[in-house]
Ligand binder design. Sequence first.
Ligand code: ADP
Length: 460
Amino acid sequence: MLSSIKKRLVALSFLLFSILFSVLGLFLYRQIESLLMASVDGHLHSEMQLIAGFIDSENGHFEMELSEAEVGEYALPLSGHYYQILSGSGEIIARSPSLSIVDTHLPPAARSMEPSYYTIEGPDKGPLRVMSQSYALAGGSITIQAGETLDETYRLIASFRNMIIIIFPSFFIFSLAGLTAITRFSLKRVDSFSEKVGKITEKNLKERLEVEGVESELRPLAESFNVMMGRIEESFEMQKQFMSDASHDLRTPASVVKSYCDVTLMKDRTAAEYRETLEKISSMISRMSRSISRILDVARLDSEAFSLNLSRVDLKEIVIEAMKYFETKALSSDIKMTCSGDSVILLGDRDRLSDAISNIVENAIKYNRPEGVVHISVGEDEEWAVVEIADSGRGMNASEVNRIFERFYRIDASRGEEEGSGLGLPIVKRIIERHKGKIDVKSEVGRGSCFTLFLPLDIE
Ligand code: ADP
């Protein structure tokens, strides 16, 4: 339900505002209530002082002086302003005309030298605040009670309460509406982002989110998205390129096979002619199947699911095996292969490393000159196991060296001359990278090339 940021923000603010406004309203209400009560109590206290002042006079003038307090509100019946004086034994010895005219009195208070304040129902049935205090007199004590109606105070408190009940919710509703508008405005950019992102398909992968003038909170998101789109676009282009190169690579031998068949079938042939055609077809099919397995290798090495089957392997052993494998091929071109260095043990995937080294050794023979040499050395330094494969072949210029690890890249001169797919070195690179290693290539046109593989001695 609250999966939308806007709704969540508004709901949370609603909750927060409700709590804040309720607490603030309650606090203000309590403050006002206690202030007003304190003011009533203060007034009662002054009245009490006044009445006590009359009584403190000489005993003989008690009645006469007290009559000075029997004016104003005290003189009006049930006016809400009362006083009453009790003798030490609790009898009423004097009271304000506001009580005596209607012959009523306040509930007598207990004797206490400390002033006490309390609220009762007054003689006029309204709320009455009463202060009572006892005073010691010569030969006894008296208790004075002064009362003041709380009607006005309660009316003030009620109107303040009503004000809170009306003003706060309206203030609250306005702030909520403002907050909703602000939230909607602030998230407008997110809406425009999602609208733009929603329109991106494989046909418009070049689309990017604007970064200039974007709010600082959203800029990293837009930048990361653009970087991600760049990577997706690049890999999408690579996939497209790969598909088209792969189909091209397979289409050529397939059309050669087709034309062999068509030409052979044009008329009756001798058994020898059929044999010759079948041999050509078989060689083409072998070339295609090699290409297919290379394409599959590339796809497999690209997939994240591809994992290395690690074990302790001896690089020298792998190199010797590769040399043995290509011995016949080297001999047929009068190429001499030599190897130096001791065993180097490291953690690696034996089959994959063997694929990588074989590939480079095969190239060193393939792109060599007749009676050339291939020298392989195996060694190690503190960090790396190093395999160096040097040949005396035709070499490559710098721009060619920069491109040989691209898929399907073959130097023009080698096209047609030597069989190949242009997938060998990209596979080598991927295998070495998976081993957290690196490849260095040095080459000079007409003099030869040297491929150096660096493999970490411990890849864990
Ligand atoms: P291929 O199947 O064509 O051998 P690779 O990916 O193994 O594909 O090599 C890519 C290209 O790099 C080759 O076509 C070749 O032109 C060039 N190349 C690779 N190794 C050498 C080498 N030792 N000497 C000269 N050129 C080389």
